[in-house]
Design a protein around this ligand. Structure first.
Ligand SMILES: *[C@@H]1O[C@H](CO)[C@@H](O)[C@H](O)[C@H]1NC(C)=O
Ligand SMILES: *[C@@H]1O[C@H](CO)[C@@H](O)[C@H](O)[C@H]1NC(C)=O
Ligand SMILES: *[C@@H]1O[C@H](CO)[C@@H](O)[C@H](O)[C@H]1NC(C)=O
Ligand SMILES: *[C@@H]1O[C@H](CO)[C@@H](O)[C@H](O)[C@H]1NC(C)=O
Ligand SMILES: *[C@@H]1O[C@H](CO)[C@@H](O)[C@H](O)[C@H]1NC(C)=O
Length: 482
């Protein structure tokens, strides 16, 4: 027999190696994770990426459901076979209503609103026109069925400081209505949006603080040099699209590259939640040939709405250099130098294929677009890669009125609602609260708070807020009032 201790050591180190290689990358598991299929009574419906959406009217949790004037469920009569199953129903609001999501972990949350405009015999979704409010922010203002795409997903990142998130739907006029097909509310990882970034304008670069407490709307999310990445391959269920339509066509000196090795995520750099392997293992590069550094940039141009600040997140991962300390390049935002002589070898502590991201904040300006360029710097090497870019995200920040869609505040929209029929509503709601309490007492069932989403009409004006208190979150429930 050999020395048992060294054999044990060997076994342990083998085991360790094995574990390192075999144990799957721990998947991010969000504390708050609501996937709601609106207007559906089905306990769960799979989306095309195998995610289970719970019907907002599902009886799975035995919650009490009141059928209600003012909101309806709508089903698509003849859905095309390739349409997403979660898009075959919608909730329809003829008057102000809201969903309530209990929040267990304060901080940044993804909120995705899905709108699928289908043909219904009852209503023309083309005629919808409404506002969407969330957590005091105005997300959508006069959002119209007529001008939306057939399927539209709007994504927001909201910092939620309270124990519930309210998402309200307000028809823009009495004759209009609102609808929604599905809603996602998902805790974001703590480090997804850091509190500081670099503000870039023609005066140079300055520190921008308090970033994470803003509300954001995702405007563009680009997998530079690579194919579309679907929610299936992104641990936060994001979609990344290819860069083609944003590339400056005159600058044709770049090429696509891809990488099949391992992406070396490191503490302090980008994590897999910041962007997945599929973003970092493809890129666009400028490379020297014949000992000449090409005189070109790679520029992506993004149409934007003026009057807002934008967060521009640039993703880098040196998947192409053959050795360390060969790659140096500049990053420009709107033609202004944002990062000079970026040196990924040093940033990553001497490791290739290790991802990094840099956040810049810019003013939307008055041109209706913003652009991001990378190009060779004075340190670039005539026998190497001279610039690389793996991904770009562009996110709109709320303006000073707390709006992401126009110069109007959520509070103002709520106040200016036409007066409703609250003389009738108040006693009715009181009766319903009683019924609700009675039924819960009788059934003595408790429901997991984590799965509960309450939805209810908004009061016709803000002074009526009190009577919504009857919504007990233990009801796990979907409440709708007549
Ligand atoms: C996920 O990524 C893999 C590897 O890049 C790709 O082959 C596959 O098609 C992707 N799946 C989906 C559903 O996007
Ligand atoms: C790149 O652009 C230049 C001028 O804009 C043109 O002469 C050249 O043919 C282009 N090259 C390719 C590969 O398209
Ligand atoms: C990028 O934007 C700046 C100003 O916003 C403009 O001067 C410059 O020409 C643009 N560059 C490209 C390549 O579009
Ligand atoms: C790259 O873009 C920057 C900013 O617009 C500009 O100053 C620089 O001259 C460009 N480089 C080349 C080679 O076009
Ligand atoms: C976004 O709204 C918050 C208030 O919720 C405000 O403090 C912040 O300044 C706004 N952001 C901008 C860029 O105006």
């Amino acid at each position: 027999m050999g020395k048992p201790s060294s054999i044990i050591k060997l076994i342990f180190s083998l085991l360790f190696l094995l574990l390192e290689e075999v144990v799957p990358i721990s998947l991010f598991s969000p504390t708050d994770n609501y996937l709601i299929n609106c207007g559906s009574a089905a306990p769960t419906t799979d989306d095309p990426y195998n995610r289970k959406f719970t019907g907002d009217e599902s009886s799975e949790s035995n919650s009490v459901v009141f059928s209600a004037a003012g909101t309806f469920t709508l089903g698509e009569s003849n859905p095309p076979p390739d349409s997403s199953p979660i898009y075959r129903s919608a909730r329809f609001f003829a008057r102000p209503s809201k969903y309530e999501f209990p929040i267990r972990q304060k901080g940044s949350h993804f909120v995705r609103l899905h709108f699928h405009r289908f043909h219904s015999s009852k209503f023309h979704l083309f005629d919808a026109e409404f506002h969407v409010l969330a957590d005091g922010y105005l997300l959508l203002h006069n959002f119209r069925g007529l001008t939306m795409k057939n399927s539209e997903i709007r994504e927001y990142v909201l910092w939620i400081d309270s124990d519930k998130l309210e998402i309200s739907f307000l028809p823009s006029m009495k004759s209009k209505f609102a609808f929604v097909s599905a809603i996602e509310v998902i805790s974001a990882p703590k480090d997804l949006i850091l509190d500081t970034a670099q503000f870039v304008d023609s005066d140079g670069v300055a520190k921008f603080g308090g970033l994470s407490k803003n509300a954001f709307e995702t405007i563009y999310r680009i997998n530079v040099g690579g194919p579309k990445v679907t929610p299936f391959n992104d641990s936060l269920w994001r979609t990344w699209i290819p860069d083609d339509q944003f590339l400056n066509s005159i600058e044709n000196g770049s090429k696509r590259v891809s990488y099949s090795g391992r992406i070396e995520y490191q503490l302090g750099g980008a994590s897999r939640e910041v962007a997945p392997d599929n973003v970092y293992n493809s890129a666009r590069v400028i490379s020297s040939s014949n000992s000449m550094i090409p005189k070109t940039n790679i520029t992506l141009t993004f149409p934007i709405v003026e009057g807002y600040k934008y967060l521009v997140r640039t993703h880098f991962c040196d998947i192409k250099s053959t050795a360390l300390n060969l790659l140096y390049f500049n990053v420009y935002v709107n033609g202004n130098l944002a990062f000079e002589n970026m040196d990924l070898s040093t940033i990553s502590n001497g490791m290739l294929a290790s991802p990094f991201y840099a956040d810049f904040v810019v003013d939307g300006g008055s041109l209706g677009f913003l652009n991001v360029s990378i190009g060779p710097s004075s340190w670039s090497n005539p026998n190497a890669i001279d610039a690389i870019l793996n991904g770009i995200e562009v996110m709109k920040l709320n303006n000073s009125m707390g709006s992401l869609d126009g110069d109007v505040s959520a509070a103002l929209l709520l106040k200016s609602r036409p007066r409703g029929t609250h003389g009738v509503l108040l006693p009715l709601v009181a009766v319903m609260c009683l019924l609700l309490v009675a039924s819960v007492v009788l059934s003595r069932r408790r429901f997991a708070v984590g799965d509960s989403v309450a939805w209810s009409p908004l009061p016709p004006d803000v002074s009526d807020v009190n009577f919504l208190k009857c919504e007990n979150q233990q009801f796990a429930g979907k409440l709708s009032y007549v």
